[in-house]
Design a protein around this ligand. Structure first.
Ligand SMILES: [Zn+2]
Length: 266
C-alpha cells in the first residue's frame, strides 16, 4: 500500500467502508471485473492467494487500486503437491506486508501431507518473524490448537499479527488466540449454528474483522462476492446485539488499528 494511501486510512478522513479481509479474487472467472467492482464500491479487500505463482499477476492488478491488497499465500491444502513452492514464497515475502492463505488443514483428506504442512508453515512463520510487520490470514481446519502452538513457538507475535480466517476452533481456543493478539475474520457461515453465541462471546469485539471467503461460499444461492459482506455485518450485528452501522464502524476501526500496527509496508 502506498504510504499516502495508508495515511489516508489511518487519519480517518473518509466514510466508513466495508471490509472483506479474505477473498480469493483471482479464482473468479471475472477477476478483473471483480477488482473494478471492489474499487467502485470502496470495499477494503484482502485478496488472498493459494500459490506464490499467482503473486505477480495479483500484485500487478492490485497495484492500480486503492482498496485491494494482496496476500502472498501457499494454501495448506496444496502443500501435498506444491510444497517446493515455499522457496519462491520466501523469495517474494519482502514485497508484501500481507501473507495468506497459509496455515494447517488437518482434515482426513489432507492428513497425509500434515508433516509437510507443518514444515512449510514453520518456514512461513520464521520468515515473517525475521522481517516483521506482517499480517497473516490463517487457515486452521481441525488444527486450532496446533496452529496456536506453532504461532507461540515460531512467530514473533510482538511484530506480526495473525488473523484467523473462518475460525472453527472451540471458544477456549478462540480465547487463547485472542490473548496472543490474534484477530478473526468472521464470515457469514460462522454465524449460523448452535455454537455461534459461545464462540462470539470468546472473540473480543476489537479483534473482529469480516470476510466472505468467496468464491468458496454462497450468498442467496450465488457465489459470494465482496459486496455481499454487508450481510455478514448484519448477521454479526444481530448475534452480538449491536446496530449494523455500529458493527460496520467497529470492523473498520479494527482494520485501521491493524494497519497502524504494520510498521513498514514495502
Ligand atoms: Zn480461503
Amino acid at each position: 500500500m502506498p504510504e499516502g494511501d495508508r495515511d489516508h486510512i489511518l487519519r480517518g478522513r473518509h466514510l466508513t467502508r466495508f471490509v472483506d479481509f479474505h477473498c480469493h479474487l483471482d479464482l473468479y472467472p471475472d477477476f478483473e471485473a471483480l477488482v473494478a467492482e471492489c474499487e467502485r464500491l470502496s470495499i477494503y479487500t484482502l485478496a488472498v492467494t493459494t500459490t506464490p505463482r499467482a503473486w505477480s499477476k495479483n500484485k500487478a492488478v492490485a497495484s492500480k487500486t486503492k482498496y485491494i491488497r494482496v496476500g502472498l499465500g501457499l494454501h495448506p491444502q496444496l502443500v501435498g503437491t506444491h510444497s517446493k513452492e515455499i522457496d519462491l514464497w520466501e523469495k517474494l515475502l519482502h514485497e508484501t506486508a500481507y501473507v495468506g492463505e497459509v496455515g494447517i488443514d488437518a482434515s482426513p483428506q489432507y492428513a497425509k501431507s500434515l508433516p509437510e504442512q507443518k514444515q512449510v508453515f514453520e518456514r512461513v512463520l520464521k520468515a515473517c518473524s525475521s522481517e516483521g510487520g506482517k499480517v497473516l490470514s490463517i487457515h486452521a481446519v481441525r488444527s486450532a490448537s496446533l496452529v496456536l502452538d506453532m504461532l507461540e513457538e515460531h512467530l514473533d507475535l510482538s511484530a506480526n499479527t495473525p488473523v484467523f480466517h473462518w475460525f472453527s476452533g472451540s471458544p477456549s481456543e478462540a480465547r487463547r488466540a485472542a490473548k496472543l493478539g490474534c484477530m478473526f475474520s468472521i464470515n457469514d457461515r460462522m454465524l449460523t449454528g448452535s455454537k455461534t453465541q459461545a464462540l462470539l462471546k470468546a472473540i473480543p469485539e476489537e479483534a473482529m474483522l469480516t470476510e466472505t471467503d468467496g468464491p468458496f461460499t454462497e450468498t442467496g444461492g450465488k457465489t459470494s462476492r465482496p459486496k455481499d459482506v454487508h450481510i455478514c455485518v448484519n448477521h454479526l450485528a444481530t448475534q452480538i446485539g449491536r446496530d449494523p452501522t455500529a458493527v460496520q464502524s467497529l470492523v473498520f476501526e479494527n482494520l485501521k488499528r491493524l494497519l497502524g500496527q504494520i510498521r513498514r509496508e514495502p
